[in-house]
Design a binder for this molecule. Structure first.
Ligand code: COA
Length: 258
């Protein structure tokens, strides 16, 4: 495997770094394939509780799909390139929390990748946008579906129809990023949160994520019933017994993930 995606681990947090800084970490076919391979492996690694995605270098998180790959492609070639499993959908349904650590340009497919993550944390130097309209294209990595759900239809329309780029503070104001930190603190602050999340029961994290993701496709009544069923399902777990016992015995819980 070449090294267009680096994978490191710190405690229970794995970090995947898109490593094409000279191309603003554009999502080429090899990048997507390596990301899928890493995600597949990390899903089965009990030593990993949370995955963080970021971009190499000081300028870009991910500046979108690799535009060079679009040239000369037929619709069938493009359909093949967009075959399932797609990295965006894999991350949204991933059995562990995925955090986007947005260190710079977060554009096009990069913004869509961030939108597929569970939590978005940005540097104050980051900027966001869906510039596909400038290429005679529309977002194709889920942007027209996920963006309105995250920021509302009006803000999504504004960003996708204009192709405008916005700064991190505005992204925070409209809910496109969840947190913003000074650039120098981004990694430490992201890891602080990632490690805190990764210290919880992996089983509970998986079920909580599943319940919240269901709200994207279910009506509220159906979603509330689904939540109730998942809540009751937790009563079958060793971790629920341990969590409740630890609280009552005034001690820290030790999670088994089952
Ligand atoms: N696909 C392929 N290559 C890309 C790219 C992308 N999405 N984004 C940047 N690059 C390449 C540039 O072509 C350039 O390559 P070169 O050095 O071989 O010419 C290199 O990355 C550096 O980019 P450059 O444009 O010189 O840097 P900049 O700091 O002036 O601008 C951006 C940075 C991100 C604002 C600008 O590169 C840009 O607008 N990129 C395209 C964003 C986009 O439209 N994304 C949606 C794709 S569907």
């Amino acid at each position: 495997m070449s090294e267009v995606v680096l994978c490191e681990q710190s405690g229970r947090v794995a970090i995947l770094t898109i490593n094409r800084p000279e191309k603003m970490n554009a999502l080429s076919e090899p990048v997507r394939a390596e990301m899928l391979a890493h995600l597949d492996r990390l899903a089965g690694d009990d030593g990993v509780g949370v995955v963080v995605i970021t971009g190499a270098g000081e300028k870009a998180f991910i500046a979108g799909a690799d535009i060079g790959e679009f040239e000369g492609r037929s619709p069938f070639d493009q359909r093949h390139a967009m075959r399932s499993p797609r990295v965006f959908d894999v991350m949204a349904t991933y059995p562990k929390p995925v955090i986007a650590m947005i260190n710079g340009y977060c554009l096009g497919g990069g913004c869509e990748l961030a939108l597929s993550c569970d939590i978005r944390i940005a540097s104050n130097k980051a900027s966001f946008g869906q510039p596909e309209v400038n290429l005679g294209l529309i977002p194709g990595g889920g942007g027209t579906q996920r963006m309105p759900r995250v920021v509302g239809t009006g803000q999504a329309m504004r960003l996708i129809l204009s192709g405008d780029r916005i700064a991190a503070d505005e992204a925070l104001r409209i809910g496109l990023t969840d947190l913003v930190f000074p650039h120098e603190e981004l990694r430490a602050r992201t890891f602080e949160l990632a490690e805190r999340i990764a210290s919880k029961s992996p089983l509970t994290l998986k079920v909580a994520k599943e319940a919240m993701r269901a709200s994207e496709r279910m009506g509220v009544e159906e979603g509330l019933l689904y939540e109730r069923d998942l809540f009751c399902l937790c009563f079958a777990s060793q971790d629920k017994r341990e969590g409740v016992a630890a609280f009552l015995e005034k001690r820290a819980a030790t999670w088994q993930g089952r």
